[in-house]
Design a protein around this ligand. Structure first.
Ligand SMILES: Cc1cc2nc3c(=O)[nH]c(=O)nc-3n(C[C@H](O)[C@H](O)[C@H](O)COP(=O)(O)OP(=O)(O)OC[C@H]3O[C@@H](n4cnc5c(N)ncnc54)[C@H](O)[C@@H]3O)c2cc1C
Length: 409
């Protein structure tokens, strides 16, 4: 019986195990953690955005790095098939804003349990936990065996490397797959953080830490003052800068920060243009005419934000509202729609949702996920140099590439 070793029991490894075992192969899954799917458990803030319910072409458009490499994978195991698979496994799904698909239960743990149960349902699958792979050996350009860190050796015909990237290393993904691939002659495109929080120059963000904002918009400008991205939705302040969905999405449109400067302009009231917002502020100023300025913004802005806006507006916090000039009011309105942050740094890669970089795609056959350098060596998931925006696209990559590797291994 053909023996397939799968390294990693994350999203891609668990699916690959099921598919390969259904082909009648003996499958040995090696997972270094004591449980399967540790990263999956924290996906989508514990809700797991399984995939995106869009057209296949849109899936590809949402993969800025090497999206075209995924044509075969996405068309062979589609987002519809992912949804059907979970429904068949008893995980009912729902589609939310932006066609994001979640389990109805809103529990990532249900996704992990379903994938693990499915994987273990075939008796040809053996799952070895606490089993860290140290090396993959090939002979005459063909896979021979894997060697574990406790020196156990497992002979096999094929290996699927499903070890993930380097972000959130406590979940088990710490870049081991890059080492295996490099030792076997593959090129590794330097890993870098993607979908990550941003550190900014403006120190006052520390006062705003933990403040979440909804229904705000951002515009991102490069050094040439060219708008490179805009978005609308949720974000939050941290003690070092900005984070949350729209900031993470912006981060993966930004390049090398040592070569390019970026500014993020935050609009706290995108639904109102400056004229409408001005009318709204005038109404509040009439209501609070005899109050101090610092006490006049409670109806308009979150409490935690008010002292910062007051400071940035350069209007005296203790001036009576009825003494604020028209020009000061207009400047305040402009400020509320244009709070500008200068990006200093990305947060460390360990905090990234996604690792950009990994095994070079031109060295992998995109129709099979097999290495072009070593026969019997396959790659699946985040270890490959592909990465997508938020919206369930990254898990779809994991599932589609795993499926393709498993039907070809
Ligand atoms: C906080 C967070 C939230 C996210 N939310 C979403 C979301 O909602 N939707 C979405 O599409 N994507 C999301 N992602 C991204 C998504 O989780 C990953 O793209 C996906 O898990 C990658 O799957 P994978 O199988 O390639 O790797 P992983 O799921 O990381 O699995 C790799 C496995 O390999 C094991 N392993 C590594 N090295 C070895 C070794 N030497 N020996 C044995 N085992 C090893 C690891 O322990 C791990 O279990 C999120 C990521 C993070 C960090």
């Amino acid at each position: 019986m053909k023996r397939v070793v799968i390294i990693g029991a994350g999203a891609s490894g668990m699916l690959a195990a099921k598919v390969a075992s259904d082909r009648g192969y003996k499958v040995i899954v090696l997972e270094k953690q004591k449980r399967c799917g540790q990263k999956l458990l924290i996906t989508g803030k514990g809700r797991c955005n399984i995939t995106n319910n869009c057209e296949i072409e849109e899936l590809i458009e949402n993969v800025p790095t090497n999206g075209k490499f995924l044509y075969s994978a996405f068309y062979t195991f589609t987002n519809d098939q992912v949804i059907d698979m979970f429904n068949d496994l008893g995980v009912e799904t729902k589609t939310e804003r932006g066609k994001r698909v979640f389990p109805v239960s809103d529990k990532a743990v249900d996704v992990v349990r379903a994938l693990e149960k499915q994987m273990r349902s075939n008796k040809n699958v053996e799952v070895l936990l606490n089993s860290k792979v140290d090396k993959i050996e090939a002979q005459d350009g063909k896979i021979k065996k894997v060697i574990l860190s406790d020196k156990r050796e497992i002979e096999c015909d094929s290996v699927i490397v499903a070890t993930g990237g380097v972000s959130y290393p406590r979940t088990g993904s710490s870049g081991d797959g890059y080492k295996f691939a490099r030792n076997l002659g593959h090129t590794i495109i330097k890993p870098k953080a993607s979908l990550i929080g941003l550190e900014v120059m403006e120190d006052y963000v520390t006062d705003l830490a933990k403040l979440s904002l909804r229904n705000v918009s951002i515009n991102v400008y490069n050094s040439k003052n060219k708008k490179i991205y805009d978005d609308f939705g949720e974000m939050e302040f941290t003690k070092y800068g900005l984070d949350g969905p729209i900031i993470k999405s912006a981060s993966c449109r930004m390049g090398d920060l040592s070569k390019e400067n970026y500014k993020i302009v935050l609009d706290l009231k995108p639904a109102l243009d400056e004229d409408k917002l001005d009318k709204r502020v005038q109404k509040d100023f009439q209501k609070y005419a005899n109050k101090n300025f610092e006490n006049s913004l409670n109806d308009l802005l979150p409490k935690q934000l008010i002292p910062t806006i007051v400071k940035l507006s350069k209007i005296d916090a203790y001036i009576k509202v009825n003494q604020i000039s028209k020009e000061e009011r207009k400047n305040l309105v402009h400020l509320i729609k244009n709070i500008t942050f200068t990006v200093k740094n990305y947060r460390p890669i360990e905090e990234a949702i996604i690792t950009s970089g990994g095994v070079k795609t031109s060295e992998i056959n995109s129709s099979t996920m097999e290495s072009k350098l070593v026969s019997g060596l396959y790659f699946a998931g985040e270890v490959i140099d592909v990465d997508a925006y938020t919206g369930g696209f990254n898990l779809q990559i994991a599932f589609s590439t795993a499926y393709l590797a498993a039907i070809n291994c």
